[in-house]
Structures are given as structure tokens and as C-alpha cells.
Design a protein around this ligand. Structure first.
Ligand SMILES: Cc1cc2nc3c(=O)[nH]c(=O)nc-3n(C[C@H](O)[C@H](O)[C@H](O)COP(=O)(O)OP(=O)(O)OC[C@H]3O[C@@H](n4cnc5c(N)ncnc54)[C@H](O)[C@@H]3O)c2cc1C
Length: 496
């Protein structure tokens, strides 16, 4: 009796492994060609691993892209800033390090700003309130550390601000809070997790000790380079061959097993199947959370991962690009804040274009962003003109062109970048990030610098290294398994 069982187990084990290994197209399949997927591919190439990258769009870059926003004018859309740069030592920032290889992107640091209440310039009053806000905000880190030590549940960042002594009392205070929090996180502190906010060290990690000792803080670098931020993605892809990069290739099935990952991809030639020993999934959290993704990934995310996923969401950070007949504002002020009776109602426009473009960008977040995405262009135009007239008077004419981003409804993103619900924890992050069978995860949501391009970049590199180690150890395991088969086979033979 024991002999047929032994022979059967040898055969069935080798069959499953055979099914994967006979049809492997590459060591690693990379799903998605944004910053994370491209950085992962670049790292795997460096490590000597074979890969195939699949991207639904006709280009690499994902949320990073340069596009024609007005007739004859192209601009970066999506990310525009490198956050957390030490002006004296920019090379400490991972994106500036990458620029040492790819060439520096032109840009400028955010220094000049103005704030208006009606037509009155209230920049000085804003600076006072901003100082008050930041001195309170600093205390939220201590509050979070204390709550963590005492095992207390996460609270909203708004509640943390309140407990630390920040209670907005005027429309100017509301704008101060918006410019200091919502403008960066893409959402209101009411819906944002305290634990998550304090886990992001982007604004301190790339500051040299000398700068920190001199009390200098990091700042944001606005990219104005005509090649756009996406130039860095294209640079990372310089040495890839056409065979490695599959553009216009929408992944519709991911079949994940212990021995390999096989995918179905809709391409111009039809639906094709590819298998790799491992795969790296880089789709946005919006895509991973979508109902339709349930029919793509099989087996679906483990119960633990699904529970962790509840603490992740995509924020709507909406930029509306506007072109006018005249420049009626001070184009040297990169950020122009606008006090309104309602917090978040057209609160800021940002000047990234040279003045002869006669163009600027309004930024909206949260509910106002959701409303503006749904508005028809004529109503949007009216609201924007009204906002400008409140500052610059009734002679302001309406914009001649409007370009509105729409990451929220684009099925390839379903939002702008990741945010975390109250209740978020490091454990939720670790659980979601951990590999499932042969599928590994990378992307803007899967790094401690979540929501940023530098997070996506480092996450791609880290996950490629993690997969490289998995390949090494699976090669060692295969050797051990081969030994075991051989042993079983000899035992079976001796029993005949
Ligand atoms: C409006 C906006 C402003 C931002 N501002 C900043 C900023 O100032 N600074 C900053 O650092 N970051 C900013 N970000 C965030 C930054 O853009 C992202 O964190 C980063 O680009 C994410 O890269 P990624 O590779 O993880 O994801 P993605 O760029 O989303 O890449 C994933 C890729 O997967 C592809 N894909 C999805 N589904 C499929 C499928 N079924 N088959 C094949 N391919 C698929 C997508 O097309 C996409 O190319 C901003 C983002 C937005 C939208």
C-alpha cells in the first residue's frame, strides 16, 4: 500500500511544480508601470533577475504624467512637489539622489506666499496663526506617543489638535488649519488618523544634523521643468528592452499560487497569459479596494489583509488648471491663500507657471474636491471667477480655459493618493504589505513615506530586493525538494 502512495506523492508534487516552472515567462511579473513598478523593474534589472512589466496605459508613469493642459501648453499633472527637502543639502532626499543620475529637474523652493481675506492682504496675521498652529501640532506627536504607550485607541487628528489646544475660532484659523493639514494630506483632520499622521517622517528624515541644529526646517521643491516629474520614471526605464515592457496591457486576472503567479492580460493581440515565479502588484489602493478587483485576484486577499485594508483609502486632491486673458495676481507668490466663511471653499491657488502663461492652479480637497469633480464646467467657471473676484475685484474676467484633473473617477487610480482612517496602526500596514503566496506588494501606499513619489520609488526598490531574496531562498528550497524527491524515489525503488 505504501509504495503507490509514495509514487503518487512524488508524481503529484512534481506535477504542480512542473505546471509553474515549464511555463514561466520571467522571474518576476510587475503589475503596473508607475513610479513603484518602474523602480522595481530597474532594481531587478540591476540584480540580474528577469522581469516583464504590464501597464494598462500607453506610457509609463501612472499618476505622474505630462500632458497638454491648454492648447500648446504642456504641464506636469498629478505630483508637482518634492516634499521634505533640506535646501542646504538637497542630495539627502531620495529623489534628489535619483536626480544625480537622471539630471536635475528645474524647480524652486516654496518661500513666497500671500493670504487674502476679501481684498485685504492678511499675510502677517496668517503668519501669527500659523505659528500658533505649528506649536500645537508639535505636541500631537507627544500625545500620540503617550497614547501608544498606554495602549489607547487611535483618534482623529482633529481630536488630537483639540486636545493639544488648537481650536479654530475664525475663518482665518480655518484657512490656517487647511493650509497646514488638508493641503498636505488631501483631507480634513476630522477623517484622518493621528497614528498615521505622526508615522510620516518625510519632513525630518532628509534634514542634515547641521541644518537641524541651526533650526532650519525642510521645505517643498516645486518642479517647473518642462520635462515634468515623469522624466525620472522615463530615466529609470532607459535601459529596458521593448520585450520587457508591455504597454496597453490591462491585467484582468491574477492567479496566485505557492509556486508561481499567472496573469491574463488584454493586449492588442487579444487576451494573453503570462506566468512568473513571483509578481509585484503596484496598483493604487483605490484599485485594490474596488469591487471589480475581487474578480481579478484569485485567491482574493486574506481575511487579515481585507481587515487591514479598511484603514486605507484614497483621498481626492484636485487641481484645476486655469488660463486667463490677463495675469491679475502676483505671480511671484507660489501659494496664495484665500479666507472664506466655509473651510476648504477654493482656499488656495498656486503659481507654478511663468507669468506669460497667464495661468494658475486652484487646489481643492475633501468634500469641495468631490463637488468640483461632479460640477459642469460652466458652474465651476462661475465659482472660480467668484473666488478670484472676492480678492481682486469685479473687473476680473472669467478664465478662458479650464483643465480639471480627475484621478477620482479614473478606474486605473480611483483617487489621488493614500490616506488612513482613524484606527490605523503599524500592524495594519505590516499586514497589508506582507506578501501573499507568490504575490508581493509595492506602491505609494506601501512605504512609510506613504502618499509621496519618494515613497513609491523606495517601495519599488525595497520590494524588488525582497523578491530577489525570495528567489534566492526558493532556489535553495527547490534544491532541498529535489533531494527529498530523490530520497523518496530511492525508497520507492527499494520497496519494489
Ligand atoms: C493630484 C495628485 C497630486 C499629487 N501630489 C504629489 C506631490 O506633490 N508629491 C508627491 O510626492 N506625490 C504626490 N502625489 C502622489 C504620487 O503621485 C503617487 O504617490 C505616486 O505617483 C504613486 O506611484 P505608484 O507607482 O505607487 O502608483 P501609480 O502611479 O498609480 O501606478 C500604478 C500603475 O498601475 C496601472 N494599472 C492599474 N490597474 C491596472 C491594470 N488592471 N492592468 C495594468 N496596469 C494597471 C496604472 O495605470 C498605473 O500606471 C500626487 C498624486 C496626485 C494624483
Amino acid at each position: 500500500m505504501i509504495l503507490p502512495i509514495l509514487l503518487l506523492s512524488v508524481l503529484s508534487l512534481s506535477f504542480t511544480r512542473e505546471q509553474c516552472s515549464s511555463s514561466l515567462d520571467a522571474d518576476v511579473l510587475i503589475l503596473g508601470g508607475g513610479m513603484a513598478g518602474t523602480a522595481a523593474a530597474n532594481k531587478l534589472q540591476e540584480l540580474g533577475r528577469s522581469f516583464l512589466l504590464f501597464e494598462a496605459q500607453e506610457r509609463l508613469g501612472g499618476r505622474m504624467q505630462t500632458t497638454e493642459i491648454f492648447p500648446g501648453i504642456s504641464s506636469s499633472v498629478g505630483p508637482l512637489y518634492i516634499q521634505g527637502v533640506d535646501q542646504r543639502n538637497p542630495e539627502l532626499h531620495p529623489i534628489f539622489k535619483l536626480m544625480q543620475v537622471c539630471g536635475e529637474l528645474q524647480g524652486r523652493y516654496i518661500e513666497d506666499y500671500q493670504v487674502f481675506q476679501g481684498s485685504e492682504d492678511v499675510t502677517a496675521q496668517y503668519e501669527n496663526r500659523s505659528e500658533a498652529y505649528y506649536s500645537v501640532a508639535e505636541q500631537t506627536a507627544a500625545l500620540e506617543a503617550d497614547r501608544h504607550k498606554r495602549n489607547l485607541a487611535d483618534i482623529s487628528y482633529k481630536e488630537a489638535l483639540r486636545q493639544s489646544g488648537w481650536i479654530p475660532e475664525s475663518p482665518l484659523d480655518n484657512l490656517t488649519e487647511w493650509l497646514s493639514f488638508d493641503f498636505y494630506t488631501g483631507e480634513a483632520p476630522e477623517v484622518s488618523s493621528l497614528a498615521s499622521f505622526n508615522s510620516d517622517s518625510t519632513y525630518t528624515d532628509f534634514v542634515s544634523t547641521e541644518s537641524a541644529a541651526a533650526g532650519e526646517e525642510s521645505t517643498d521643491y516645486l518642479i517647473t521643468d518642462s520635462r515634468g516629474y515623469v522624466h525620472l520614471v522615463n530615466c529609470l526605464a532607459t535601459n529596458f528592452s521593448e520585450k520587457q515592457i508591455h504597454l496597453n496591457s490591462r491585467v484582468t486576472k491574477i492567479l496566485n499560487s505557492e509556486d508561481c503567479v499567472c496573469i491574463e492580460v488584454v493586449q492588442s493581440s487579444g487576451t494573453n497569459k503570462y506566468c512568473g515565479r513571483y509578481a509585484i502588484l503596484t496598483f493604487s489602493i483605490g484599485v485594490i479596494k474596488s469591487e471589480s478587483f475581487r474578480s481579478v485576484l484569485s485567491p482574493f486577499l486574506s481575511q487579515d489583509k481585507q481587515e487591514s485594508l479598511k484603514f486605507f483609502h484614497m483621498v481626492n486632491y484636485l487641481k484645476i488648471y486655469l488660463k486667463f486673458n490677463d495675469t491679475f495676481w502676483d505671480n511671484d507668490a507660489i501659494v496664495v491663500g484665500r479666507v472664506d466663511s466655509e473651510k476648504g471653499n477654493f482656499p488656495v491657488f498656486t503659481n507654478v507657471f511663468p507669468s506669460h502663461f497667464k495661468a494658475t492652479i486652484f487646489v481643492l480637497t475633501g468634500d469641495f474636491a468631490n463637488k468640483a469633480v461632479a460640477m459642469d464646467i460652466a458652474s465651476l467657471n462661475d465659482s472660480i471667477t467668484e473666488a478670484f473676484r472676492a480678492i481682486y475685484g469685479n473687473n476680473v474676467t472669467a478664465p478662458t480655459h479650464i483643465f480639471r484633473e480627475n484621478y477620482l473617477n479614473n478606474p486605473l487610480f480611483l483617487g489621488s493618493f493614500v490616506g488612513h482612517n482613524v484606527g490605523y496602526s503599524q500592524n495594519a500596514f505590516d499586514t497589508l504589505k506582507s506578501p501573499q503566496l507568490s504575490l508581493h506588494f509595492a506602491g505609494g501606499a506601501f512605504h512609510k513615506y506613504f502618499g509621496y513619489v519618494h515613497g513609491a520609488y523606495l517601495s519599488g526598490i525595497n520590494t524588488a530586493e525582497e523578491v530577489n531574496l525570495a528567489i534566492q531562498s526558493s532556489a535553495q528550497n527547490s534544491f532541498k525538494i529535489l533531494h527529498a524527491y530523490f530520497f523518496l524515489f530511492i525508497v520507492a525503488l527499494t520497496m519494489i
